[in-house]
Ligand binder design. Structure first.
Ligand SMILES: C=C(C(=O)O)c1ccccc1
Length: 365
């Protein structure tokens, strides 16, 4: 059975190992554009030995941003600014991925370290959020209801998502992840907590999944067959109704698989402030294993995965195929090197790091 330092091939992409840098919003962009922060940030993980680096939630339109400082790929200038990042990540041996997203009812907030709350309408960096229903997320600072989307809004956002996928394709990303978790727009449609529509996009599980399935199949048509297309889906909410939500999620993933889905990142709904998340080491591992068994999809998950032996065990026990790490990579972009040492990989430095680092680390021991 493979461990985290086995290679992993999916379609035409081969990862040098099973470690994935989780898409983590940096909130450091202006007008959605990559800048020096991102040009240092993303390649650092490739130089650190990651197998796949996934760029943070990247908005398909200005209104689709969580904050004014989110990454965006709704115009060609933004695409041009991604190009050197894509080539640098690849140059240093990692595959380059990107997560594309629409924030839905969580849009137009302050950056987390500046309040994490909705900016009052009319103030700079605020705009009207849109979502399936006019239902606020709730909780402190998130009490403003979004505008209910018309059918024209839905079609427009789906077209924006396809256009962003085309730009990501053309700028050379190897791997595309659709953000369908964490209380953002796709999750807003999927969850009965936030979707009270009475048209074909609301009510039954099939109707609530419609936006997600339609958007996925539209993107599949433009995303190259030989590059992995993945969704990050919130499959549980930890709000007391998770067996039903997991069942609906598995059914949706099975449908998407029939339509060409290549992989799933199993995550959390984060669609209600009432959730009681059982934070703890690898707490999503067993949920991910259930999804993997039920769908047969190459599966990953993250959340409190940080210890190399535990991460390696999740892969060896075939609970997941790839291990997605967020904060451990922020804390140490060379996490693969640390893991290789702790797992007793021979020539840990040379097997994870570029020569400019490895020759020092392997000498003078
Ligand atoms: C900024 C997030 C994202 O991009 O998914 C997020 C949101 C909620 C919890 C964790 C992460």
């Amino acid at each position: 059975m493979a461990g985290i330092f086995e290679t992993f091939q999916l379609k035409g992409v081969t990862l040098r190992n099973r470690t994935v840098v989780s898409p983590m919003c940096q909130y450091m962009a202006h007008d959605g554009e990559m800048n020096d922060w991102h040009r240092v940030h993303y390649p650092s993980f490739a130089r650190g030995g990651a197998g796949l680096v996934i760029v943070e939630a990247t908005a398909v339109s200005p209104e689709g941003r969580i904050t004014w400082a989110d990454s965006g790929l709704w115009n060609d200038r933004q695409a041009e600014l991604f190009a050197p990042i894509v080539s640098s990540v690849k140059q240093w041996g990692a595959a380059a991925g990107i997560q594309i997203a629409h924030a839905g009812r969580k849009a137009a907030t302050n950056r987390p370290w500046e309040g994490d709350d909705q900016i009052p309408l009319g103030e700079p960096n605020s705009w009207e959020a849109i979502a399936p229903s006019a239902l606020a997320f709730g909780g402190p600072g998130m009490m403003r209801a979004p505008r209910e989307m018309t059918l024209e809004d839905i079609a427009r956002v789906q077209a924006d998502t396809v256009a962003t996928a085309v730009r990501a394709r053309d700028v050379g990303f190897d791997w595309l992840q659709l953000h369908m978790a964490h209380g953002y727009l796709a999750q807003n449609f999927f969850s009965p907590i936030s979707n009270h529509r009475t048209d074909r996009y609301g009510g039954s599980a099939e109707n609530r999944a419609r936006y997600l399935l339609e958007t996925f199949t539209a993107v599949r048509k433009v995303w190259p067959e030989d590059r992995p297309l993945q969704v990050r889906l919130g499959v549980v909410e930890f709000h007391g109704d998770d067996e039903a939500m997991l069942g609906e999620s598995i059914a949706l993933l099975q449908q998407m698989k029939r339509e060409g889905l290549d992989s799933v990142d199993v995550s959390i709904g984060f669609n209600t402030p009432e959730a009681k998340i059982p934070w703890g080491a690898n707490f999503m591992g067993d949920v991910a294993a259930r999804v993997r068994r039920a769908t047969g999809l190459p599966t990953t998950t993250s959340w409190y995965v940080s210890d190399p032996k535990e991460a390696d065990a999740l892969v060896r026990e075939e609970k997941i195929d790839l291990v997605t790490l967020g904060r451990p990579f922020l804390a140490n972009p060379h996490w693969p090197y640390r893991a290789a040492k702790e797992l007793g990989v021979e020539n840990a430095a040379w097997s994870t790091l570029p020569a400019a680092y490895a020759h020092w680390l392997a000498r003078y021991r």
